[in-house]
Design a protein around this ligand. Structure first.
Ligand code: HEM
Length: 430
């Protein structure tokens, strides 16, 4: 018997069904497994074996097991459905009508205000457009690259002054990316240390599921400081224009509340990720000497190594969405109002898309990863991140720190799952 259902025995789209069980099975295989058209799916498996501690230490074995079982799980420890397959994460990103970014009871809204990242269109687009040309490739080439180069000189020199054994993350990557973001945003009344503190405390508020009052107090303090700094810079940069975000926003017809929320979200998202991808990429290359040798021989490969690093360890490992109606996602039923975690860290290692996905491999066939998100919320700072890390920092790191290597006497730790990166990385050179 043919596997293809004949037009006389039934059609998945008209509801006429064959009586033969084998034909029926073949027919059902043609029914779309996702989206509104699917009739029904399975209940999400419950992953009660997942703990936050295990996710924080190393989420990848957990993701492997989950993806092998189903594209979506209900995870009690996280109080969300976690979506781990590439296809399902991609589908969510492309359909904001069903998968809304405007989550109810959002901790991010409480910590940072209602930013573009928690709005759907058309409201989202108004905020996104208000960022103008500041983060775009033309402005980076004309303006920011020279500033990134000067900042890189300064903070690499500080790392060199500290001497071998210094921490690559905290003595170089963090202050360098903090200073870049300070200037891109136009906070001439703050320091890169302020940016680092604001970023961490606001992010901690976004993840404060335990409702710790001390975490809220620190987030509120930073939020107030950021508001005061914005209030001071807006009139100044309106009179003294420059390519920064605050300068552009000073002439936009957009409410102050939205400006404040968008800038806080950008402080939260524009510093840790370039810092983390810079350290992770260098760590990965140091652990793969053949790939490092190839990159040193062909500097264009710095960009390839950067993208492979964002795939391999997505700096934003998970972000939230909420369903606006009952839906079946890759064969799994989701009720209206379901809180989802879109797990980019898992999608980027889906073996259905990437061969040998757990390996860092700059020679793998080029395929789009989801590390910068997708759809209407695709990362607005992608080009800024690529410029400061792949174009400016990485080539000079390997040039100014010859024979760079991990310090066996120091600590090297990679950690996190919502955000993942190196938390310690002692290095030697020379
Ligand atoms: C390697 C570095 C970076 C990574 C991996 C990254 C990743 C992401 C991801 C996954 C999203 C979408 C989240 C969601 O849909 O909920 C996003 C959004 C965003 N990112 Fe990035 N990001 C990086 C660097 C930056 C930088 C340097 C900036 C700013 C200077 C920035 C600004 C933004 C903004 C404004 C949005 C919101 C876009 C919107 O809602 O339309 N990002 N980023």
């Amino acid at each position: 018997m043919s596997n293809q259902p004949s037009s006389t025995t039934g059609c998945p789209f008209t509801g006429e069904l064959p009586t033969d069980p084998a034909e029926l099975a073949a027919l059902m295989a043609q029914v779309p497994a996702t989206g509104e058209a699917a009739a029904t799916g399975i209940e999400a498996p419950v992953a009660d074996w997942v703990t936050i501690e295990d996710l924080y230490r190393d989420p990848f074995p957990i993701y492997r097991r989950m993806r092998g079982e189903a594209a979506v799980h209900w995870v009690p420890a996280v109080n969300r459905y976690m979506v781990t397959s590439y296809a399902a994460c991609h589908e969510i990103e492309q359909d904001e009508a069903i998968y809304s970014a405007d989550e109810h009871n959002s901790l991010m809204k409480r910590s940072m205000g209602h930013s573009m990242l928690r709005k759907d269109n058309p409201e989202h687009q108004v905020d996104r457009d208000s960022y103008g040309a500041t983060l775009r490739p033309g402005t980076i080439k004309k303006h920011w690259n020279a500033i990134f180069e000067a900042n890189n000189e300064k903070y690499l020199a500080e790392l060199l002054d500290k001497g071998p054994g210094a921490d690559f993350v905290w003595d170089y990557a963090a202050p360098y990316t903090g200073e870049n973001l300070r200037m891109v945003m136009g906070f001439h009344n703050a320091t890169q240390q302020d940016l680092q503190r604001w970023s961490q405390t606001l992010i901690d508020g976004t993840g404060n599921y335990a409702d710790d009052p001390d975490v809220w107090a620190l987030a509120k303090k930073s939020s107030d400081e950021v508001d005061a700094a914005i209030d001071e810079m807006l009139p100044y940069l309106a009179k003294n224009p420059e390519p920064s975000l605050i300068s552009g926003l000073s002439s936009m017809p957009i409410p102050l509340e939205a400006i404040r929320a968008n800038l806080k979200m950008t402080i939260g998202g524009g510093l840790n990720e370039p810092r983390d991808v810079l350290a992770t990429t260098v760590w990965a290359l140091l652990n793969n000497p053949d790939q490092l040798a190839a990159v040193l021989a062909e500097p264009k490969l710095h960009s390839v190594a950067f993208e492979e690093s964002v795939r391999w360890v997505a700096p934003i490992g998970m972000y939230p969405r909420e369903t606006t109606k009952d839906v079946v996602l890759e064969g799994v039923n989701l009720p209206k109002g379901a809180r989802l975690g879109v797990v980019l860290g898992a999608a980027n290692r889906d073996p259905k898309v990437f061969e040998d996905p757990e390996a860092f491999n700059i020679f793998r066939p080029k395929k789009p990863h989801l590390g910068f998100g997708g759809g209407v919320h695709f990362c607005a700072g992608t080009w800024i991140a690529r410029a400061q890390v792949a174009q400016v920092a990485m080539p000079s790191v390997f040039e100014k720190l010859p024979n760079l290597r991990l310090d066996p006497a120091g600590e090297t730790i990679d950690a996190g799952w919502v955000f993942r990166g190196m938390t310690k990385m002692a290095v030697l050179w020379g």
